[in-house]
Write a protein that binds this ligand. Structure first.
Ligand code: 5GP
Length: 190
């Protein structure tokens, strides 16, 4: 019943080519990641999840609710200078975390790693603040696109070099609330 309602309310938009990862596949993988993270941090006092806005907000919400360990949630917002949909590699901090980072166990939660510049910027920024530990949890990775090697400690899925939307990810701030991850048609942005 609930699924029927979602399908009626959110028809596949015309610019979306096909579903790459359906709701059930995402749900199962997020559950596995949460179980792994809960096991790995079981003996730590507390974990601070830092979600990267806006793209990671749905992933972080689902992940955090499945953790069985004490944790806190904070956010950071970045803006990257893009030429069209191609990243120039320059990243700027537009909203910082409110919680102190020094001496805490930090897990950066990011929607997607493409060239790697954004995650590299985040790693450098947080390392400089001397956390007790620093790891990354990334829903999607496009390995073909990588320009800088960045450590991904917890990865949801590897995907090919296509532009994806849904489950938090956007195109021009649209499609974020699609419940699945879909490929955007090339003609929508070319
Ligand atoms: P990177 O710095 O690794 O090249 O890019 C990371 C950022 O680019 C992500 O946080 C995301 O904002 C954006 N990005 C890269 N590929 C995609 C994609 O396929 N779909 C969406 N919606 N954003 C993407």
């Amino acid at each position: 019943m609930a699924n029927e309602r979602v399908t009626r309310e959110i028809p596949i938009p015309g610019s979306v080519e096909r579903s790459l990862l359906d709701e059930e596949t995402i749900r199962r993988r997020v559950e596995e990641l949460a179980a792994q993270i809960s096991a790995d941090y079981a003996d730590r006092e507390s974990l601070l999840l830092v979600g990267v806005l806006k793209g990671a907000f749905i992933f972080l919400a689902d992940l955090a609710r499945r953790l069985t360990i004490p944790h806190h949630v904070d956010f950071i917002a970045l803006s990257s200078y893009n030429r069209g949909m191609v990243s120039t590699g320059a990243v700027r901090l537009i909203m910082d975390t409110r919680a102190p980072v020094t001496g805490r166990h930090i897990l950066i939660v990011e929607d997607i790693v493409d060239t790697g510049h954004t995650l590299k910027y985040l790693m450098d920024t947080f390392h400089a603040r001397q956390p007790a530990s620093l790891r990354t949890c990334v829903l999607l990775s496009k390995p073909e696109q990588r320009e800088i090697e960045v450590p991904i400690d917890y990865l949801g899925f590897e995907i090919p070099n296509v532009w994806v939307v849904g489950y938090g990810l956007d195109f021009a701030d649209r499609y974020r609330t699609l419940p699945y991850i879909a490929v955007l048609k090339r003609e929508a942005y070319e």
